[in-house]
Design a protein around this ligand. Structure first.
Ligand SMILES: [Zn+2]
Length: 393
């Protein structure tokens, strides 16, 4: 592999930062790597309007300044806020003031809307059960250029969990694109060859449909989750799929096609919530997200590196009409091993999981105990003495 590597600073178009102590613990890991990140709204109390989004953003910026920018220097890390769409969301939910309707997207309190389908089990009040009830809202988003990010899976317990993404395409995504051709839609964390093919075929210029791909879906297939013992730290939603699906995702990320870009879906959960009788979905990959992408895509030539840079740092910005980041990061080989866990104070109450609730999580430890979050790292080759890591300083 080429090394050292200089890369335009990446953006992360799908990130779970949580709240409270967990937010403080995980935020620096994203802030030191990414320039901008689309912050998911599924906190224990979901972010459903501009007022909540503004408060959450202020919390994030306060923590950034506390840990990284003690002076008045402005933060180079920009959280782009989303709201959780429900059947009660109105166009006004996106704005603090009416004047925001005509503001440039980066200056609005809310950058995008996030759609989760309700599940048939717990917490159904948070998600959407009847998509047509949101059509008036989608008309507004289309007219005012507000992006729609979708967790693209059918969410009901009678549908096979491995088929939920493909059925989402047929039942919801295709009709949605037909009905709202100018609505900017991100099909998030795609996990199947069908999704890759669909997005690639339907992308057009100017492109209104795109897909994010996570580092873990680029590296794992379902054997890594289930094939040799159950590995709860590889459990995420959508589930990782067959090897042919993983290869299709790698091909999409390597292709440089404008409709594919990085969204890490980094989602921290304490070890006790992962290694439980009914464990949480979500993989915490923020510390080594870019290293994982490199491990999966293995660029050998400058042209391949160029395509990888499109995937990590340019396509997402272009899709959202954002300027390209001018800063760069450098990856070098280090003898230091990857850090495999992070100790944090016991997290606050379990956030709304990603995306479906856990019926009965095991009890958390005492309130003054520490909790550990397992870090997703690039796979080590047997003869590796060095690891590729971002030069941070
Ligand atoms: Zn997510």
């Amino acid at each position: 592999m080429l090394c050292p590597i200089s890369l335009r600073k990446p953006d992360d178009f799908h990130l779970h930062l949580r709240d409270g102590k967990l937010l403080e613990a995980v935020l620096p890991h994203s802030a030191q790597t990414f320039a901008r990140t689309l912050v998911m709204p599924n906190l224990a109390t979901p972010i459903v309007n501009a007022r909540q989004a503004r408060t959450y953003k202020e919390n994030i910026l306060r923590i950034l300044h506390k840990f990284r920018y003690p002076s008045n220097a402005s933060s180079p890390f920009h959280p782009l806020m989303t709201i959780f769409l429900t059947e009660e969301t109105t166009p006004q939910s996106f704005y603090l003031e009416d004047s925001e309707r005509t503001s440039p997207p980066l200056e609005r309190s809310v950058f995008a809307g996030k759609l989760y389908f309700a599940t048939a089990t717990t917490n159904t009040k948070h998600g959407v059960q009847h998509l047509p009830s949101l059509f008036p809202l989608f008309e507004h988003m289309e007219k005012h250029n507000i992006p729609l990010s979708i967790h693209g899976e059918i969410a009901d317990e009678t549908t096979d969990v491995f088929d939920r993404e493909s059925l989402f395409i047929d039942q919801h995504l295709e009709p949605l694109i037909e009905r709202f051709p100018e609505l900017r839609i991100t099909f998030e964390h795609i996990s199947t060859k069908e999704a890759v093919d669909f997005v690639s075929e339907r992308a057009r210029s100017p492109n209104k449909l795109a897909a994010t791909i996570t580092p873990h879906h680029l590296l794992l297939n379902r054997n890594d989750l289930l094939g040799c013992g159950l590995r709860p730290h590889h459990y995420c939603l959508p589930l990782v799929k067959r090897e042919r699906d993983r290869l299709a995702l790698v091909g999409a990320a390597r292709s440089g096609e404008r409709c594919f870009f990085l969204g890490t879906d980094s989602a921290p959960h304490g070890r006790s919530h992962k290694q439980a009788s009914c464990g949480c979905a979500g993989i915490f990959n923020a510390p080594y997200a870019i290293e994982c992408v490199f491990a999966a895509l293995q660029p050998d030539k400058p042209a391949e590196l160029g395509c990888l840079e499109l995937f990590t740092s340019e396509n997402g910005a272009a899709f959202h009409d954002l300027p390209l980041n001018e800063e760069r990061i450098t990856l070098v080989k280090k003898t230091a091993p990857y850090r495999t866990s992070l100790s944090v104070p016991v997290p606050d109450p379990v956030p709304v999981p990603d995306p479906v609730p856990v019926p009965d999580p095991d009890p958390v430890p005492d309130a003054d105990a520490e909790e550990e979050i397992v870090v997703f790292t690039p796979p080590n080759q047997p003869d590796d003495t060095e690891s590729l890591q971002i030069l941070r300083g």
